[in-house]
Design a binder for this molecule. Structure first.
Ligand SMILES: Cc1cc2nc3c(=O)[nH]c(=O)nc-3n(C[C@H](O)[C@H](O)[C@H](O)COP(=O)(O)OP(=O)(O)OC[C@H]3O[C@@H](n4cnc5c(N)ncnc54)[C@H](O)[C@@H]3O)c2cc1C
Length: 531
């Protein structure tokens, strides 16, 4: 462990501070930067833009009611049903209404969405959508194609300064107002910390998958941005709701590759090692039951030691041609899916909780905004409807840019100069062993199946890891894990992505979103540990 100096940031913008700093180079961050042009903005990204971001891995595409016969109302209804009673109707109506404008923005930035023979946007159908409304690129290449187009557009936009390999470790806040960030330049020596001051900071750091042992998310998605916002005092929402994808390929890869749900739609079945089709006894729709039901069925088999396997041998005739991405993953793992079954396991996939924002992406802290998966806007409720997340990222990024354009005064907040940071806080520490413990704990007790006793054990471990932490970077991560655990212990029912074996039913009294600050969480922890 070594203490490092907090360096003055070089090169500085001419006036010595940034008007807007965006943290994160995924879809939310880059779209916000492009919509702000020609206003000057600095984007900080832990990895080179286009990499280290879930956005580039999206396979299906973006939901938008642009197909023949589809309506905004139908999109809204499907989302409300998927969200299990707690979707904010006003938010999803706004999001669904703005979807087509944002798709046309993406076309303007050069995204080559698929078109039909008449040149109209081609749309495909996905689970739980009552209409064909997923705008896609070359079948399953949407994420990669969108990010390639946006990265190219950003590189051509002189008003956007991109600092790649910069990991933001802290927010600088004074009297509750956010006025900058502390970032580690990993591309350089890794020892240099920069203090960047800004009138407005936009958080766009993505999800939390890597808080779990098995996840489909890139390693950068470990909830750091959410944790630093909570530590600065920002309000969080719906932190108990994590979505698990039922069929990640279980070959010990981290992150785990996905076996798309379309395979089950195609007739693939699920079996355990005894050859039993276990979903038959769990739901009338068997393998086509809702995502969370299938995830719980698979989890129970894996936990019981019987394993779970996707059998595509008779359902898919030409695997390489019909499902090239999954075929490639299987080939890499030495599995021939036309003659062998694919081992599968549920994986942390999407986070419905996060930094609370209003309909313009404004957080509860002045000067601080957020968009994309690190937020909880109310659009997803307890369970995200497939392909609504890329949509949420672009809709809120654009709304933030719209507001910022009118609120940018060119003046730094009057007290920003006083926002000092102590170099002693920013130690470089190998947090890998603690991350391993944390990920095991979260998967064991805050995963697909939860109960009070397990979650209390997890909270105990998390509090211990928090006390042992010597780096702000790990403090951020452990803070997010703590808030998820407290919110999950608090909610005495099962709903959407939150399933408790000790409270297996929905409870009408809990048909509401939850708001939590770090101080509030600390206040209830003693009671939760004793309950
Ligand atoms: C395999 C997979 C398939 C998916 N398929 C779909 C789909 O078809 N449709 C759909 O709508 N959604 C899909 N999703 C979900 C969707 O991709 C994400 O919700 C969305 O891309 C999030 O965008 P974002 O910009 O918020 O985050 P990301 O794209 O994850 O970007 C986050 C950025 O923040 C950076 N970052 C993180 N921490 C820091 C830090 N401390 N300092 C600096 N930078 C930091 C990262 O490096 C990255 O640049 C899928 C997700 C996965 C994993």
């Amino acid at each position: 462990m070594a203490s490092t100096a907090v360096a003055a940031y070089q090169p500085k913008p001419a006036k010595g501070f940034d008007d807007v700093i965006i943290i994160g180079g995924g879809l939310a961050g880059l779209f916000c930067a492009l919509k702000l042009a020609p206003k000057a903005v600095t984007v900080l990204a832990a990895a080179p833009i286009g990499r280290g971001a879930s956005s580039a891995w999206a396979q299906a595409g973006i939901a938008a009611a642009v197909g023949p016969g589809d309506t905004v109302e139908s999109h809204v209804n499907d989302t409300i049903i998927a969200g299990d009673g707690i979707v904010d109707e006003q938010i999803i109506r706004m999001m669904a209404s703005e979807a087509s404008d944002r798709i046309f923005d993406l076309l303007d930035y050069g995204v080559p969405f698929d078109r039909d023979l008449e040149g109209h946007l081609a749309v495909s159908r996905e689970a739980a959508h009552s209409e064909s409304r997923i705008v896609r690129v070359k079948g399953d290449m949407a994420g990669r194609a969108i990010m390639e187009a946006l990265v190219a557009a950003v590189r051509k936009t002189p008003s956007i300064r991109v600092l790649e390999g910069y990991v933001v470790e802290d927010l600088i806040a004074k009297n509750g107002r956010v006025g900058g960030v502390v970032a580690r330049d990993r591309a350089g020596s890794g020892e240099t910390l920069h203090r960047l001051k800004a009138s407005h900071v936009v958080m766009a750091t993505g999800g939390i998958g890597h808080l779990y042992e098995v996840t489909t998310n890139p390693t950068e998605a470990r909830g750091g941005g959410i944790g630093m916002a909570a530590r600065a005092g920002a309000r969080m929402a719906d932190m108990e709701f994590v979505q698990f994808h039922p069929t990640a390929i279980n070959v010990g890869k981290d992150p785990a590759p996905l076996a798309t749900e379309a395979l089950r739609g195609h007739g693939a079945t699920l079996q355990n090692s005894a050859g039993e089709r276990f979903m038959l006894k769990l739901h009338k729709d068997a393998e086509l039951a809702p995502r969370d039901v299938v995830a719980r069925g698979i989890f129970a088999e894996v936990k019981a030691g019987r394993g779970a396997f996707l059998d595509c041998r008779t359902a898919v005739h030409d695997f390489a041609a019909e499902f090239p991405t999954v075929f490639g993953y299987c080939k890499d793992a030495g599995i021939d899916p036309s003659t062998e079954m694919i081992p599968v396991i549920p994986a942390a996939h999407y986070f419905m909780g996060g930094i609370w924002t209003d309909s313009d992406g404004r957080s509860s802290l002045p000067g601080f905004w957020a968009c994309g998966e690190c937020t909880s806007t109310g659009a997803h409720g307890a369970n995200r409807l497939a392909s609504n997340s890329l949509l949420e990222a672009v809709v809120f990024a654009a709304r933030i840019a719209g507001k910022l354009r009118s609120e940018m005064t060119g003046q730094a907040p009057s007290d920003w100069q006083d926002g000092s940071v102590s170099s002693n806080e920013y130690l470089t520490e190998n947090d890998h062993p603690n991350m391993v413990t944390l990920r095991q704990t979260m998967s064991a007790h805050l995963g697909v199946l939860r109960d009070g006793e397990g979650m209390r054990q997890a909270l105990d471990t998390i509090l211990h890891l928090a006390r042992e932490s010597h780096s702000v970077r790990f403090d951020n991560v452990i803070t997010t894990a703590k808030l998820i655990t407290v919110a999950a212990l608090n909610r005495l029912e099962s709903r959407g992505g939150h399933f408790r074996t000790d409270f297996p039913a929905e409870d009408a009294d809990w048909k509401r979103r939850t708001i939590l600050t770090l101080d509030q969480a600390h206040a209830v922890i003693p009671d939760l540990l004793e309950s």
